[in-house]
Ligand binder design. Structure first.
Ligand SMILES: [Zn+2]
Length: 131
């Protein structure tokens, strides 16, 4: 079972961003390291949400580029993304499934019931454990 390490201050920041963005979705990218055991998140890069609809997120490509550049400079990588679900479960939605494409990419979804982690691989999402 792959595990996800997320420092408490970063976890709190995601939950705060989700609350601040409500009733829209917050979104951002996760910087860190990936190995055989899972994902280690070391930094967050909050992004502008370009989606017109409230129940969607679309990361601004400029923020995406900046996050990659910053992660590389830190000797890390962009290993995943996060966003919130203002209503409904912290589970990948049909839209998330349709939009996911990068293999072995970490997805954090924040919502009323907390924060869940998933890895996207082989065309599907698998729920991950917190380390
Ligand atoms: Zn979603």
């Amino acid at each position: 079972m792959m595990r996800v390490t997320l420092p408490a201050d970063l976890r709190n920041r995601i939950l705060r961003e989700a609350a601040d963005a409500h009733p829209r979705e917050c979104c951002g990218l996760l910087e860190g390291l990936r190995d055989a055991d899972g994902f280690r998140i070391t930094a967050l890069h909050a992004a502008r949400n370009l989606a017109a609809a409230a129940d969607r997120f679309e990361i601004d490509p400029r923020d995406h580029f900046a996050a990659h550049k910053c992660a590389r400079a830190n000797g890390a990588a962009v290993i995943g993304c996060y966003h919130s679900h203002p209503v409904g479960a912290c589970e990948p939605s049909a839209t998330d499934r349709a939009g996911a494409e990068e293999e072995n990419f970490l997805w954090l979804i924040a919502g009323e019931s907390g924060l869940n982690a998933f890895a996207y691989a082989d065309g599907g999402f698998a729920r991950l454990e917190w380390a």
